[in-house]
Design a protein around this ligand. Structure first.
Ligand code: GRF
Length: 194
């Protein structure tokens, strides 16, 4: 009798530092029928990151990384990535900058979600800066990670209109909703080319 083997899923690691709403969203997406990927590992540089709760809830391996020394931290990360045979890294609110060496090692295999319409507003406080500059739109971008901060090739973007009554919190909430739609779409696109 021929063996009935399922199609092998792409193993994804998600790196977080905080709430993990994008992580949760990606997990839910990965559990859908016909999904091509599996979240096999959650990496956090914060032991108290709320997003780590999803590791327990969804029975996903997690690793908290001590970042006192970046070399050791990245060594620990690489050990886990190898152990769980990770094919792709999704950064989702991960507040550490990966070294050039690390990025080179995983060239084309790290993606990130950023809360602005890149190349505008790289770095932090993106929504406040967009409001202060009287932009009509803010938004979010999923992009490949390269050695320059928030500068890798763009995969997908979504615009969000800035309203008169907006402050950065209100705007961030609306953008986050769009992030939850955008990240799975972008991931799907990336998986096709992996
Ligand atoms: C998101 O706005 C993401 O774009 C940014 O950090 C935030 C993370 O949110 N990089 P969450 O932890 O996924 O809820």
């Amino acid at each position: 009798m021929p063996k009935l083997t399922g199609v092998k899923k792409i193993n994804v690691a998600v790196f977080i530092s905080g709430n993990g709403s994008n992580l949760k969203n990606l997990i839910n997406y990965s559990l859908k029928k016909n999904s091509k990927f599996k979240i096999s590992l959650i990496i956090s540089n914060k032991s108290y990151a709320k997003g780590l709760d999803y590791a327990k809830k969804f029975k996903i391996k997690k690793k908290i990384i001590n970042y006192l020394n970046i070399k050791n931290a990245e060594k620990d990360i690489i050990t886990k990535l190898k152990k769980y045979k990770i094919d792709l890294i999704c950064l989702a609110g991960f507040m550490k900058i990966l070294s050039i060496n690390f990025i080179k090692n995983f060239n084309g295999k790290i993606i990130n979600i950023h809360p602005s319409l890149l190349p505008k507003y790289k770095g932090l406080n993106t929504h406040q800066r967009a409001i202060d500059n009287k932009e009509k739109y803010s938004g979010c971008t999923v992009h490949y990670v390269n050695s320059k901060l928030d500068s890798g090739r763009i995969i997908l973007q979504k615009k969000v209109k800035i309203l008169k009554a907006d402050n950065s919190n209100k705007l961030a909430k609306r953008v986050l909703k769009q992030e939850h739609l955008l990240y799975p779409k972008a991931l799907k696109k990336v998986l096709i080319n992996l």
